[in-house]
Write a protein that binds this ligand. Structure first.
Ligand code: PLZ
Length: 480
């Protein structure tokens, strides 16, 4: 992530992008009453340099007004978005394979979600659930509890951000177990607050210089089959041995794992790994939590990725995709654990905001009505097939991995895939920049910065997936 502007290139010659003149683009700027749905076509369209002149003008102001700590991968300033397409202030349209890091899972400005939020805006914006409550908070709690893995009584607290969900999960687990220590896995990511900074694997850029950090956080080895080659059983034995030696179960309140690691690079644990951790945690009175903030809410073809692994966590942390783009997050878990916190011990002014809660109910209904779990699986198959075909032609692709619409490629220096697997972060940077110049937004990830991750919205069409894969092929060719 950097504020360095990519080399502006005029790419209106892009072979398969539909083109339009800049004049047409600015003439099509919608009036306030035109919805994005009506005015954004499904095709990428590059009509100026990327970033274009209007984006560059805003960027100048931003550099004076916004601190450098808040960086942007691609400083094109967005005017509107619909489905899997975002349009910038210069009229350039991008196929969005990132969905705001897995947030607009059912598509940008889904009509039903926008309508639900609009209706709530007219009723009331805020009361504070801990002062005078409202029904939609309760409805979200019921809906999420029915969809998280595990057939046992559950309760839910709603908050504003993923990091806040993680913080609350740790609080609750400590209160329940009366133990102090927190364990996480290597390559994990959990947020930007003080506690979650200590829970992240990567210091730079998330934690460097921001200490002192919360104590009693332990980073255990994980399962990263591409690099460790271990079976799920062996990787779990290694994790457990680490925790028993470095912490001791009797002091360990909670073990937090991402079922598929997000920022770390979409590592899918070896089969059996997560159930083995669960058995150990259950047997030792350790609360085990799934951080499903990135992997959850229908992205992988299941409501929550844990289900793919036969993993039934005590607590599930969710955020991102739940409310279609409005800020909402929460912790759902076993009722006796969730009830360990004393009355007044959980809350926050904006937690479970009524507009966000109304949107979340609509998101969940849309996933069901549109059959989006199955669509997530289909998108995953399309992407996987396309990426595996690319892997056959380009040996820089060391591995294709992921489930459903949460797939990544890990790039390694040519010729090292089978043995040393030297990470190739420069290829990732070059491909992501090339794709952006050609109207496709591809996010990067990975402890070594050498992963391209695909987490498109489930509103993406087959044509859009094929088109994006075509651009990716051109980007890989351009490396040579
Ligand atoms: N847990 C697994 O993926 C957020 C970070 C974006 P918040 N990941 C995107 C950035 O650079 O800040 C995330 C996650 C997992 C927790 C979080 C934190 O969620 O809503 O960003 O606080």
């Amino acid at each position: 992530m950097t504020d360095t502007l990519p080399n502006p290139t005029v790419t209106d010659e892009s072979p398969s992008a539909s083109t339009a003149s800049a004049a047409t683009a600015s003439a099509s700027t919608p009036s306030a009453s035109t919805s994005s749905a009506e005015s954004i076509g499904p095709e990428r369209r590059i009509v100026t340099a990327v970033p274009g002149p209007k984006s560059l003008a805003i960027h100048e102001r931003r550099l004076a007004a916004v601190p450098v700590g808040v960086s942007s991968m691609l400083p094109v300033y967005i005017a509107r978005a619909h489905g899997a397409v975002v349009e910038d202030v210069d009229g350039n349209r991008f196929l969005d394979l990132g969905a705001g890091i897995g947030v607009t899972t059912i598509g940008h400005t889904n009509d039903a979600v926008v309508d639900a939020a609009r209706a709530q805006l007219g009723d009331f914006l805020h009361t504070l659930f801990t002062i005078t409550p409202y029904e939609s908070y309760v409805r979200v709690a019921e809906l999420v509890a029915e969809r998280t893995p595990g057939d046992f009584p559950k309760k839910t607290v709603l908050v504003n951000s993923g990091a806040e969900a993680v913080e609350n999960g740790v609080k609750i687990a400590r209160r329940f177990t009366r133990r102090r220590a927190v364990a996480v896995l290597e390559h994990g990511y959990h947020g930007r607050t003080n506690l979650t900074m200590a829970m992240n694997f990567k210091a730079m850029p998330y934690a460097t210089g921001f200490g002192p950090f919360a104590g009693d956080v332990y980073h255990a080895p994980s399962s990263y089959p591409f690099r460790d080659g271990l079976s799920g059983e062996d990787a779990a034995a290694r994790t457990i041995a680490y925790l028993e030696k470095h912490v001791g179960a009797e002091d360990l309140a909670i073990l937090v794992v991402e079922p598929i690691q997000g920022e770390g690079g979409f590592q899918v644990p070896a089969p059996g790994y997560l159930p083995a951790l669960q058995r150990w945690a259950n047997a030792n009175g350790v609360v085990i939590a799934a951080d499903e903030i990135q992997s959850g809410m229908a992205r992988t073809g299941a409501w929550f990725a844990s289900s793919h692994f036969g993993f039934e966590p005590d607590l599930v942390f969710f955020a991102k995709g739940i409310a279609g783009g409005l800020p909402l997050a929460g912790v759902t878990g076993r009722a006796p654990i969730m009830d360990a916190a004393q009355p007044g011990g959980l809350g926050g002014t904006f937690g479970g905001n009524p507009v966000a809660a109304a949107a979340a109910v609509a998101v969940i209904e849309q996933i069901e009505q549109q059959g989006l779990l199955a669509r997530g699986t289909q998108i995953g198959e399309l992407l996987r097939d396309g990426l595996l075909a690319l892997q056959r032609d380009f040996d820089v692709i060391g591995e294709v991995r992921g489930i459903g619409a949460m797939i990544a490629i890990e790039l390694v220096r040519s010729g090292t895939a089978g043995t040393v697997k030297t990470p190739d972060p420069s290829a990732v940077t070059a491909i992501s920049a090339f794709a952006a110049q050609h109207g496709v937004l591809i996010l990067t990830a990975g402890t070594y910065g050498n992963v391209l991750r695909f987490l498109p919205s489930l509103a993406i069409t087959d044509e859009q997936v094929h088109d994006a894969l075509g651009v990716l092929r051109e980007a890989l060719q351009s490396l040579a």
